[in-house]
Design a protein around this ligand. Structure first.
Ligand code: CA
Length: 431
């Protein structure tokens, strides 16, 4: 089986629930799971309604043709050890898993003992944060988002700062407060000062927002002092997750001058549990926006470097039974590609390590129903959203749950990222 064959839409798995699901045989995202009845987290792959235990496949010798087999890479609490091997190992694993899961291959299909122990129903497992994240960087790569925010704070004529069209703007975030989907989000407290107040005060954030983003993990890194070139950048990008970069707008407004985001961004960032490999995303490659002016040579790219990933944001309040969609966007809207972000990030000589997370920044589309934050959807609170319950929202209230989900779809199949959810719980008062 070669990589090209793993994208064949006619592939069928003996796991019947894979066909037509968010996790078909052409997908195969990796995550860290444990059965609810058994204490050990390990690496699994999603297929239909099941998670397949890769540590067990390795123990049974099903990967023995590869030099990474039998090294306990999957009997781990995080994906890092396998990710460090880079894209080649990831491609070998994908090819082998497609072989093993195919309807016409008896090796796993007819191995009753292994099938009984290696497959777990999705509803019977718990997932963990998939990657040990050493460093987290957040970009600001949506032209629509940067323009909207610029208009709100500086007016239409100065919406984009002079550097924005020349480099992917970003900042160094906090890896320590990146949490898995489902983790409750404590409303942050901080120092704020509104325009009508003479002095700042300390208290619970009043303008709590989400940011619809996607992030990518570094597979193999680089050495300090040795930048990753634009043409090599995609070799270092291992896989992607959905990111909710929670934001405290009132804290941000007062603190951000002159060094940029700080406490308004460091209290929580939630990510989806399945890491979608770049191999799975390859059939959904698409051209990004035309870049004008042409980027400097170290950022200049030919070909299609965006990905068509459909995004949804939904909200559920304490008074509603179900989630209600409030925005639909697409990853392909981003002005700067992941490869450009990575080439720029390392152009100074900055070292990237396996498991580092680089997020896109808020992904807003061209129309108001595709904006990726409440700041934009309500235009800084001036136009509240009315929900089906009749409730209105400008920013998030305690008891609100936010859900982001993503999928790719072509005429043949769909691959899902799963979802990232979080509920806002009341602030912890420190005074
Ligand atoms: Ca952000």
């Amino acid at each position: 089986m070669n990589l090209q064959e793993t994208w064949n839409p006619k592939l069928v798995s003996f796991i019947e629930s894979a066909q037509g699901s968010d996790f078909p045989i052409q997908h195969l995202p990796l995550g860290i799971f444990k059965p609810q009845m058994d204490g050990n987290y390990r690496v699994g792959v999603a297929i239909g309604h099941f998670v397949l235990d890769l540590a067990m496949l390795d123990d049974f010798g099903l990967f023995d043709e590869y030099n990474w087999a039998r090294k306990k890479l999957f009997n781990r609490l995080k994906l890092n050890r396998f990710m460090a091997l880079g894209r080649k190992a990831s491609q070998e694993l994908r090819c082998r898993l497609v072989e093993l899961l195919s309807a016409d291959n008896p090796d796993l299909r007819d191995h009753q003992e292994l099938r009984t122990h290696a497959f777990h129903r999705m509803e019977d497992i718990t997932m963990s944060l998939p990657v040990e994240i050493g460093d987290y960087t957040d970009f600001y790569s949506s032209k629509e988002h940067a323009t909207n925010v610029g208009i709100m704070f500086r007016g239409k004529d100065n919406a984009l700062q002079p550097n924005w069209l020349h480099l992917p703007v970003g900042y160094h975030g906090r890896a320590s407060t990146i949490v898995k989907s489902g983790t409750p989000i404590v409303r942050p407290s901080g120092q704020t000062k509104s325009d009508t107040e003479e002095n700042p005060s300390f208290g619970a954030c009043r303008l709590l927002d989400f940011e619809l983003e996607m992030g990518f993990f570094i597979g193999s890194g680089n050495k300090m002092g040795e930048p990753i070139s634009i043409n090599d950048a995609e070799d270092h990008i291992w896989g992607m997750v959905v990111v909710n970069d929670w934001s405290a707008r009132d804290i941000q407004k007062w603190e951000y001058v002159p060094l940029g985001p700080f406490l308004a961004k460091n209290f929580a960032t939630s990510i989806s549990p399945w890491v979608v490999t770049m191999e799975a995303l390859e059939p959904f490659r698409t051209p990004g926006p035309v870049q004008n002016p042409k980027p400097l040579a170290y950022l200049d790219q030919q070909g299609a470097h965006a990905f068509d990933i459909k995004l949804d944001v939904s909200i559920k309040t304490s008074q509603s039974e179900t989630f209600e969609s409030i925005s639909s966007s697409n990853f392909k809207y981003l002005y700067w590609s992941m490869a450009q972000q990575l080439a720029h990030h390392t152009s100074s000589g900055c070292e990237m390590r396996t498991g580092d997370l680089l997020a896109s920044g808020t992904i807003s589309g061209p129309t108001p129903d595709s904006y990726g934050s409440l700041l934009e959807l309500t235009w800084r609170g001036a136009s509240p959203i009315t929900l089906k319950t009749g409730e209105q929202r400008t920013f998030l209230k305690d008891g609100d749950s936010l859900r982001m989900s993503a999928f790719c779809q072509n005429e043949n199949y769909r691959i899902g990222f799963g979802e990232v959810v979080g509920e806002i719980v009341p602030a912890v008062h420190v005074q």
